[in-house]
Design a protein around this ligand. Sequence first.
Ligand code: 1GP
Length: 255
Amino acid sequence: MKDSVNQDLQFCKDHKQKKLAVLIDPDKIDSGAVSLLVDNAVNAQVDYLFIGGSLLVDDSFSSCVEYIKSSCDIPLIIFPGSIFQMSPKADAIFFLSLISGRNADLLIGQHVLAAPLLRSMKIEVMPTGYMLVDGGAPTTVSYISNSQPIPRDKPPIAVCTAMAGEMLGHRVIYMDSGSGAKYSISQEMVKAVSDNISVPLVIGGGIRSPEEAAKISRAGAELIVVGNAFERDPNLVFEMSEAVHACSQLLPNKA
Ligand code: 1GP
């Protein structure tokens, strides 16, 4: 099984490198908008493209994967809202276990159904502890997952949950306040979690400005994910990419 995205993210954690992912929800944008966003992502040197959504109401997922793979070399990672969002053409998939919730089906049930299909697809599978954090407004993901998010003012709950996730073998911790959240995850919570895990930390949900992305990167996130803000303004990708990458520490020369 391939391991390159996982290794890349672990390198970021170990060497304080910061990366940006653009989330494409095929349900929310049309093909013209996808094309512009992908072009901007290439020109802005975005590190990853994510595809997926909590609720897809049409069948554009597979064609969108194919379009993206045929138009750029940025690694495409599936951020699945359900087992219907899988494709052998993507580079990797987050194998999300909703460790902030107590819904057995999303902790292990759907994974049992997905496992044989994923094995036959031969894409990189990334065991991921997925944690929903309250973003100040009900989100589709919390409704669909039928789970309660971690309160945003309780970093210790997030820390213990992330530590347990790592101990269970998850190789990435992904904290999300949900697409379109009112508030992104606090720097305090990001720092507390980052300081207590040795696997990479992905943060998404409600990040709207380059300043906010930079603060969260500096607090300890290795990978920042933005969806909504780029749907509204695809040109924001440039500033956001610069702001996130500027938070990377300089690597020593390998002379
Ligand atoms: C991915 O849910 C996020 O983790 C994306 O959130 O659409 O609010 O950027 P936004």
